[in-house]
Ligand binder design. Structure first.
Ligand SMILES: Cc1ncc(COP(=O)(O)O)c(C=O)c1O
Length: 379
């Protein structure tokens, strides 16, 4: 039986041609023709004032942490239900991640839990748009502005999603996106820092270029470049950027294909939801999404394990995540918890991600899920 992988990295058309062209241009290091093209296209797609292409979303989060000027002991509020990089980037600066709960319907950070977690050490709030669905941004931004705190969007999964018709990534002072091979738009590893608060612009360029003012030198603004600040090597090489540019050019096509598969899952599994057997992802009225993920929420951890095994026997690979950060070894060592994390626990134990991509056989996954419930006497 043909396997249905959880994710399969796709080519969208011109990737290989652009890589050959990048080589012909004679510049394989970063910030060449394709990096610039990616930045411009991303700025227009996300409606942000500046998009700096990085080698990962992790890199963009680390740059954000440096830009915020965090000091040891400063606190950054974030969901426990997220990928490690959301927290690790800030821990690298000595800051303490303060883990709060998520909302039960979207599994996005709960703004009221954020409000309760604010102390005089709080320096930022991280809005992770889980599964490409927007956090409740009006409420989060209003809490942030009451306490004069910046909001950093971790939009790793959220390129092309919107909140009240505004692009995710354009709402917080800073945002980061990922082009890891599991995302909608890919370059193997890859990411970008999106800058909406222009006061961060000059320093962000320096941090990305190993702490030097090399970008200003290339623009002819200084006659030599030198070490001016802390930083690291956060930019990707041109081959990665060439691949990424082809993907970004196809973003509408890729998103639409994923949306078709997402809608097939959503329609086909509604029956099982009506019978109370599972819960489908629910999309708040205020957002449109990019079909990054289709997840279901099962009745119990045990039932999820049984379904994963059943699908695997049919060569279909589904996955779950995350181990909540507050209960991970590094989370316990470096972070602290605020409030109850009951919904985080539910997500960690019962959420299942179905295979997603633009060329997978969604109908076969659906019929296997129905077989699972039939063989267990539910339908
Ligand atoms: C919410 C979130 N933040 C950050 C990252 C890190 O992205 P990258 O692998 O591009 O560093 C991921 C990756 O899966 C993610 O899902």
């Amino acid at each position: 039986m043909e396997q249905i992988p959880f994710n399969s990295p796709h080519l969208s058309g011109n990737e290989l041609e652009y890589i050959v062209d990048a080589h012909k241009n004679g510049q394989l290091a970063g910030d060449g023709k394709y990096t610039k093209k990616c930045s411009e296209l991303l700025e227009s797609l996300t409606q942000t004032s500046r998009a700096l292409i990085t080698h990962s979303c992790t890199a963009a989060l680390e740059m954000s942490a440096i830009l915020l000027g965090l000091e040891p002991g400063d606190e950054v509020i974030m969901p426990s239900y997220t990928f490690v990089s959301t927290a690790n980037a800030f821990v690298l600066r000595g800051a303490v991640p303060v883990f709060v709960d998520v909302d039960i319907s979207t599994f996005n950070i709960n703004p009221e839990a954020v409000k309760d977690a604010i102390t005089d050490k709080t320096k930022a709030i991280i809005a992770v748009h889980y599964a490409g669905l927007s956090c409740d941004m009006d409420r989060l931004m209003s809490i942030a502005s009451d306490f004069n705190l910046p909001v950093i969007e971790d939009a790793a999964q959220a390129l092309m999603s919107t909140y009240k018709s505004r692009n995710l990534g354009s709402l917080g002072q800073l945002a980061s996106v990922s082009f890891h091979e599991t995302k909608n738009i890919i370059s193997g590893e890859g990411g970008a820092l999106l800058i909406n608060d222009n006061s961060f612009l000059d320093r962000a360029e320096i941090i990305r270029e190993k702490g030097t003012d090399r970008s200003r030198f290339f623009r002819g603004e200084v006659d030599k470049y030198t070490w001016v600040d802390i930083g690291s090597s956060y930019l990707p090489g041109e081959l990665i950027a060439a691949f990424l540019y082809a993907q970004l050019q196809s973003v509408t096509n890729i998103t639409n294909k994923r949306l078709r598969n997402w809608n097939t899952y959503n329609d086909a599994l509604s029956d099982l939801e009506e019978k109370g057997l599972l819960r489908r992802q629910s999309i708040p009225d205020y957002c449109s999404h990019n079909a990054h993920m289709f997840f279901i929420v099962l009745d119990s951890k045990e039932q999820r394990a049984q379904l994963i095994d059943f699908l695997k026997m049919n060569s279909i690979y589904s996955v779950f995540h995350y181990v909540p950060l507050h209960s991970s070894p590094a989370g316990i060592k470096y972070g602290r918890v605020s409030g109850s994390l009951d919904n985080t626990q539910i997500a960690a134990e019962r959420l299942l991600r179905l295979p997603m991509g633009y060329s997978i056989d969604v109908n076969r996954v659906v019929s296997s899920i129905y077989s699972f419930y039939r063989s267990n006497g539910y339908v």
